[in-house]
Design a protein around this ligand. Structure first.
Ligand code: PAF
Length: 282
């Protein structure tokens, strides 16, 4: 595996490997890699000639400074995991390599309602930062396929919309959520959970699974109240539990309202914010 810290070196290498009938897959990450990231790498390696992974803790997508500071950084372990995976090149840049013209280089895409709900409502500015960095990384790597996890459902919907509006020549592949044996969605933040919350955390997936399995048995409003109560009783602080149309991300009031419905949740487990979702239909 090659390791590049400078954009120019990455681009030079890409120039030598690009070619007719060769596909480049790209997996952007913020490091602290886990099995969820590795499954994105595996999928990319299986479908493309070369796989590029980036590790960059993007400062512009953190609305909370403490979250940025506390974000786990484990580069040595990440490199070891990647060397043993199907990754061909790792891009591990400093901030100045990604944003040579400064941090105020936004992307001109109007997200409208897509960015106003759920994560957008609770993390102001977050998606502008995510779009900015993914756009920049796509410019550098120019991949044929971009791999993102379903766990950040709203994020992939927004990147899909950016690709559509800017007519970027890349296919977004959404990969299934990878879970711990007890159902907790894999996340770099899980290592920060207290033992107490780690043992309670599978409840989040249990709630989502129950909504999916028995959706017809309650109304959307009833499920939302039920889920909030379950989370609160277990000591979580839910920020939202929304049942939304998978394309527009707007809340539905009935399960019959759309053929593509996703239940999404964000809840604080002590000082760790967890998100998860399940595709109810679609
Ligand atoms: O999902 C993430 O880890 C990040 O938001 C991403 C897509 C790598 C952009 O920084």
């Amino acid at each position: 595996m090659y390791l590049f810290q400078r954009s120019e070196d990455l681009q030079n290498w890409l120039q030598t490997v690009r070619g007719h009938n060769r596909k480049i897959g790209f997996v952007p990450t913020m490091g602290a890699l886990h099995a969820g990231h590795l499954s994105l790498i595996d999928q990319s390696a299986a479908a493309n000639t070369f796989t590029v992974c980036s590790i960059f803790v993007n400062p512009t997508q953190f609305n909370d400074h403490t979250d940025l500071e506390k974000y786990p950084r484990t580069p040595a372990r990440d490199i070891e995991l990647l060397v043993n995976s199907g990754c061909d090149a790792l891009f591990l840049p400093a901030v100045g390599e990604v944003y040579p013209e400064g941090l105020d280089t936004g992307v001109d895409v109007s997200l409208g309602q897509l960015a106003e709900v759920m994560e957008g409502a609770f993390r102001p500015g977050h998606f502008a930062g995510v779009m900015q960095v993914v756009h920049r990384l796509l410019q550098l790597v120019l991949p044929d396929r971009l791999y993102m996890g379903q766990k950040d459902f709203q994020q992939q919907a927004i990147i899909q919309e950016m690709i559509r509006q800017l007519e970027l020549p890349v296919e977004l592949v959404m990969a299934d959520i990878v879970r711990e044996a007890d159902g907790l969605a894999m996340s770099s933040r899980n290592v920060r959970l207290s033992p107490e919350f780690r043992s309670k955390a599978p409840l989040i997936h249990e709630i989502l699974s129950q909504i999916k399995q028995d959706s017809e048995e309650r109304s959307v409003a009833e499920w939302k109240t039920w889920a909030h109560n379950q989370l609160e009783q277990a000591g979580f602080r839910p920020e939202y539990l929304e049942i939304v149309d998978g394309k527009t991300l707007q809340p539905v009031s009935s399960f019959k309202e759309s053929k593509y419905i996703v239940a999404c949740v964000a809840a604080w487990a002590g000082d760790v914010r967890l998100i998860d979702n399940v595709i109810v239909r679609g």
